[in-house]
Write a protein that binds this ligand. Structure first.
Ligand code: NDP
Length: 483
């Protein structure tokens, strides 16, 4: 009998109104666990307790908060192997990626631990005599965090760590596809010296418990990562209560390969950017915009590289691409393959469901050539191990196509020309720009976010996170003496 993992409600681990099972996408016979689904009453109760706990937490003092965040981060880093394996088992990313994600998640906590000690405000003289002004940041209150399944530990951590560091309470609804890693992180957080109910784990379906959470007048801010339609719904719910909102919603990132590029580097960047994490990342390079003079050589090397990638069980040594996360995602991916063909794109390799030794959602990485930027496969986020090559005649055309999208998270250029690299860096209309680097792969101490449909609200990560997780107070102080 599998023990059901519980929700963390008002500081207590509680059974829910129902439960779901979670299976390993590399091997559907492997039951990862059973997970409680919170009720509406439990959500309301934990929101009430969060409000009380937040006041206590804000009064803790910065060094006590530092100790809490440092302990969480240190434990995650030291358990990266174990927790990364759990993550790989439930999400399907290869073990090395799982371990790397947990270690990185720990770094978000240690980074924001340090930020608790760096909470500097500003001072100014008033325009009136004998009055001083003090500008400081205070917590917003209770933050609802809604996270996705593709980077379930890292994404949640880059939201939870700053929320706590800046003095907020957190109510976290993780993706129902990845509850095991959510419980593991919540256990670590709840073991620390924090007020009862400061941090809540509320597992359940997005459409029910998630929707109730974002509609609640008891929250002060919502940080969301996921799809555009759900993001738009959350923004609409948030505005009803004038709740602060921040959203990151994916993209259609392009890597431009110029005629002067080092082709081996370009192919390596494209393979990693397009097929790493099975293509299931918001920073994936799904559009490869290639100069005509190197197009054929690039495509030949890309197809050889993609065909050589080892698709397999996430926990098997040597696996480079794990399974797709779910049956639904796999079905959608295969539908995009058919759509691409029907739009006139040429599928050069992959794009097929694979039957391996275990029953899982395996798919071979696919490369399309002969595509144009107005095809749907080049306009919609597929979240699949699929890349589409677009041939262009000049740098100007490449830049135009890079920017011809409703999204704007990351973009990249491969070139040996400093002039082009500089021009691209300044003119690509994306939140992050990569020069001779993959479109995926960002640091934790600098801002992350995009433009257009990719992001909404203040940036995440680094010191820029303060803009979302705090509110500014301007105090005027007079000595009270006659002037
Ligand atoms: P969703 O946007 O549906 O899910 C993201 C999170 O939002 C999950 O925790 C989900 O809960 C929750 N959620 C869903 N509906 C609501 C709601 N009404 N109110 C509050 N929370 C809600 O993404 P999917 O997982 O369905 O993925 C679909 C597509 O979205 C992908 O194929 C990809 O294109 C894109 N995506 C982009 C991501 C990114 O990194 N920007 C991450 C994930 C997906 P639940 O557990 O029930 O799903």
């Amino acid at each position: 009998m599998t023990e059901t993992k519980l929700n963390l409600i008002a500081g207590e681990w509680l059974a829910g109104e129902s439960e779901i099972e979670n299976r390993n996408p590399s091997d559907l016979s492997d039951l990862v666990g059973m997970f409680a689904q919170a009720s509406a009453d439990q959500l309301d109760a934990t929101l009430d307790q969060a409000r009380i706990a937040q006041v206590e937490w804000e009064a803790y003092g910065i060094e006590r908060k530092y100790n809490v965040l440092m302990a969480i981060g240190t434990e995650m880093m030291s358990r990266a192997e174990e927790l990364g394996t759990l993550l790989a088992r439930e999400e399907g990313k290869p073990m090395a990626e799982g371990k790397g994600e947990v270690y990185r998640a720990g770094q978000f906590f240690t980074y924001y631990a340090a930020e608790t000690l760096r909470q500097m405000g500003e001072t100014a003289d008033s325009v009136r005599p004998d009055i001083e002004i003090d500008v400081r940041r205070e917590a917003v209150g209770t933050v609802a965090i809604i996270s996705p399944w593709n980077f379930p530990t890292a994404t949640a951590s880059w939201k939870i760590a700053p929320a706590l560091a800046y003095g907020n309470a957190v109510v976290w609804k993780p993706a129902n596809m990845t509850p095991a890693s959510a419980v593991a992180l919540s256990e670590i957080i709840n073991r620390q010296d924090i007020p009862k109910g400061l941090f809540s784990l509320v597992m359940g379906a997005g459409s029910t418990i998630g929707q109730r959470l974002v509609e609640s007048p008891k929250i002060n801010a919502i940080s969301f990562t996921g799809s555009v339609p759900v993001g738009k719904g959350i923004a609409a719910a948030a505005i009803q209560n004038l709740t602060k909102v921040q959203m990151e919603m994916g993209s259609k990132n392009a890597l431009a390969v110029m005629d002067d590029a080092d082709l081996d580097l370009a192919v390596a960047l494209a393979l990693g950017g397009a097929f790493g994490s099975t293509g299931q990342k918001c920073t994936a390079s799904s559009r490869l915009i290639v100069h005509e003079t190197v197009h054929d050589a690039f495509v030949e090397k890309l197809v050889a590289g993609a065909s050589a990638l080892k698709v397999g069980h996430a926990l098997e040594v040597g696996t480079q691409i794990g399974p797709v996360v779910s049956e639904q995602q796999l079905t959608e991916n295969l539908a995009y393959v058919e759509l691409g063909k029907s739009e006139g794109a040429e599928l050069l390799c992959g794009g097929e469901r694979l039957q391996l030794a275990t029953d899982g959602y395996f798919m071979s990485p696919g490369v399309f050539a002969g595509t144009s930027n107005d095809m749907r496969i080049n306009r919609e986020e597929m979240f699949a191990p699929l890349a589409a090559v677009i041939k262009v005649g000049s740098y100007d055309e490449a830049l135009h196509l890079v920017n011809d999208t409703k999204f704007g998270l990351t973009s990249g250029i491969v070139t040996t020309s400093l002039a082009r690299a500089t021009h691209f860096r300044r003119n690509a209309k994306t939140g992050c720009v990569m020069v001779n680097l993959p479109t995926a792969g960002t640091d934790y101490h600098v801002p992350f976010g995009g433009r257009g449909d990719s992001s909404y609200g203040p940036r995440e990560q680094g010191r820029y996170a303060a803009e979302f997780y705090t509110t500014v107070k301007t105090a005027y102080i007079s000595s009270g003496l006659p002037v």
